[in-house]
Each structure stands twice: as C-alpha cells, then as structure tokens.
Design a protein around this ligand. Structure first.
Ligand SMILES: [Zn+2]
Ligand SMILES: [Zn+2]
Length: 134
C-alpha cells in the first residue's frame, strides 16, 4: 500500500470535512481554507481529496453533471440531492441490507455495497417554497 507523508494541509481538509454536513465541493473547501493557508491552490485541494478518498477517509459523491462533492462520513448512508440548488443532505434511513441481499441473489458476490440517492428539495429550498416564493 502506498504511504503518503502526512501533510498539514491534508489534515486541515479532513477536519474541515468532518466539521460540516454540507458535503462540500473542492472549490468550497479551497475558498474556506484559503484565508488561513495562503499557499493553498485548488490543485492541492483536489490532490489531497484524492489521497483521502484512496485511504478510505472520505466518500466521493460523483454527480453526473456539476462537481463532485465530498463527505467526511464514510459510514454507508443515503443522500437527498436538491434538484433546485444542488445541495446534498444526509437521509437518516437505516441501510437497506435487504435490498443488497436481493442484488446479491441476482448477481452473486460481485456486489460489495450499494448507494442510494433521493431527489427532491433540500430543507432551505422547501421552506422558501412554502413561504410563497415562486
Ligand atoms: Zn436546495
Ligand atoms: Zn453524507
């Protein structure tokens, strides 16, 4: 297994990711850390996120369009993707092991896990809508 030298920037990226539930993009991480780390570049942020993903310390949420988002919570859990503003929220639903068993029954041990995304409105878009805007 490749070993990576610890880096202060990477540690800081990780602690920022663990302190937020917003599933940020690399650009957001860069903009948030830039004031305290003037030598930080967006390329460094991407490189460190890649290493952290490789080490299993974060989850990458690939979006078909738009930018990947990053989640410091590596336990299996589900997400709600806001169709209006692109925000990502955690969905507090038990992991559906039954669904995974069904897939295994169909495809065998090739299955090692699953991911499930819901689509709809995030809490803030939903409250805006119920307050009559739009
Ligand atoms: Zn939204
Ligand atoms: Zn999450």
């Amino acid at each position: 297994m490749t070993r990576f030298k610890r880096s202060r920037q990477r540690d800081r990226i990780m602690s920022l990711l663990c302190s937020t539930k917003s599933h940020p993009t690399a650009a957001w991480i860069y903009e948030t850390l830039k004031p305290e780390m003037p030598d930080l570049s967006l390329g460094t942020v991407y490189r460190n996120l890649k290493i952290l993903a490789f080490q299993g310390k974060l989850q990458v949420l690939h979006s078909g369009s738009g930018f990947d988002r990053f989640d410091g919570d590596t336990r299996p859990h589900y997400h709600l993707l806001c169709t209006r503003c692109g925000a990502v929220e955690d969905v507090d639903l038990p992991v559906q092991t039954e669904l995974e068993q069904k897939a295994k029954a169909l495809l065998g041990q090739r299955i090692s896990g699953h991911r499930l995304d819901f689509f709809g409105l995030c809490a803030s878009c939903a409250s805006e809508q119920s307050h009559g805007k739009n």
